[in-house]
Write a protein that binds this ligand. Structure first.
Ligand code: FEO
Length: 392
């Protein structure tokens, strides 16, 4: 196994999880990596560990470079178990190491997860830790993705160990951005942002302002590949995403029981297309909600449809809207449509849920009884055209 080097004396020593397909409810079609980094100086520091089952893989990589007993510091940028799960085993291996974590939340998190109450060094904004010729500085980025999240910066090499920020769930044999397909990389980075970090857009904008003061040559996140050739590309994408910027794109997201709501969805699509808007259509049975959410990230309009079931929404639609609400998308316009038999209820429920999510509802709800007739499908086309004209 050859060492992966970010700079002189700075190595990737993480693990590749080729087979994970569900990361706390987020679909990971391409697997992921748990990144850990080793910095060799007069003092030796390990940045993060890996998910517990992958500890032997990380340890093997470390042992190719040094004896783990020589590690002086283990930095925990984030307590979540995909990065800290190996800490109890690392404590046993790195017998003299002290453990660096963010004050309060990191400290409390490590103690509560691992009953770790010794060898802890809590740090806060601006704290500096000398390794000899180099030093580490720590930048809290609370809620990216937990309250304890922080970035560790190595100014001498201009490397940002960015924790979950700028990550991607992307397993690959390559470790750097210039070695993988750029379109796949950005798609996975967008999916990661949409499904993990989107609720914290305001905080992310603030964090990016802090990072703008740093010179960054390399961004080394805790998942996926390392941004060495064009770190500005992902910083620029995060600037847009965190500001809630959208493009001329509409999503028609629905489910259907006997095909009526599906007919309406296709008619709305027709209207949007006629208005010159890019449209993507998702029937929720058979669609992956985290893939749909990736499309939500830059969509300007979200049009949601459901048949009425038991006076309310179809379960898949309710589940999707619950997920959407939690992710707090910004700057979206929306509309609700659907079909019903003897009594309605779904469209009203969708409308209310989307309003409560902070989506600007730009049309009254459109409900059709039983099977849509030609005139009713024409109404759906007109709805799509009006939305299309509004969002262009
Ligand atoms: Fe990759 Fe929030 O842990």
């Amino acid at each position: 196994m050859s060492n992966v080097r970010l700079a002189e004396g700075v190595y990737w020593v993480g693990a590749i999880d080729w087979n994970i397909r569900n990361f706390h409810g987020y679909s990971t079609h391409r697997g992921t990596t748990y990144n850990a980094y080793l910095i060799m100086d007069e003092k030796i520091a390990l940045i993060d560990t890996v998910k517990a089952p992958f500890f032997p893989e990380m340890l093997r990589r470390i042992k190719e470079i040094i004896d783990p007993g020589d590690i002086d510091y283990v930095v925990s940028n984030h307590v979540e178990m995909d990065h800290s799960g190996s800490l109890p085993m690392m404590i046993a291996e790195a017998t003299k190491a002290q453990f660096i974590t963010m004050e309060k939340f990191g400290e409390a998190g490590l103690k509560k997860h691992f009953h770790l109450d010794c060898r802890l060094i809590p740090v806060k904004e601006g704290h500096e830790l000398s390794l000899g010729k180099r030093k580490l500085t720590f930048i809290p980025i609370p809620m990216m993705h937990w309250p304890d999240s922080m970035i560790t910066y190595l100014p001498q090499d201009q490397i940002l160990f960015s924790s979950d920020a700028f990550g991607q769930h992307l397993a690959s044999s390559q470790r750097f951005d210039d070695e993988v397909d750029g379109a796949v990389l950005m798609q996975e980075a967008a999916k990661y942002y949409a499904n993990i970090l989107m609720p914290f857009g305001h905080l992310m904008s603030g964090a990016l302002k802090k990072l703008a003061a740093l010179t960054i040559r390399t961004i080394a996140p805790s998942h996926g590949v390392i941004w060495r050739s064009d770190p500005e590309k992902i910083v620029s994408a995060y600037t847009n995403w965190s500001a809630g910027e959208t493009i001329n794109k509409a999503l028609v997201i629905y489910d259907t029981m006997w095909g009526s709501t599906a007919q309406m969805a296709r008619a709305i699509e027709e209207g949007l297309t006629a208005a010159g808007v890019e449209v993507k259509v998702f029937e929720l049975t058979g669609s992956d909600r985290s893939d749909v959410m990736t499309e939500v990230l830059d969509a300007r309009a979200i049009i949601v449809g459901s048949p009425t079931l038991n006076n309310g929404m179809f379960p898949t639609v309710a589940e999707f809207l619950c997920y959407l609400k939690g992710l707090k998308p910004r700057g979206k316009m929306g509309a609700a449509f659907g079909s019903y038999g003897w009594s309605g209820g779904a469209t009203k429920a969708i409308y209310q849920e989307m309003e409560q999510t902070g989506i600007e509802m730009i049309e009254p709800e459109l409900a059709v009884k039983w099977i849509p007739e030609k005139a009713e499908l024409a109404e759906c086309i007109e709805l799509g055209q009006r939305i299309g004209r509004r969002i262009k």
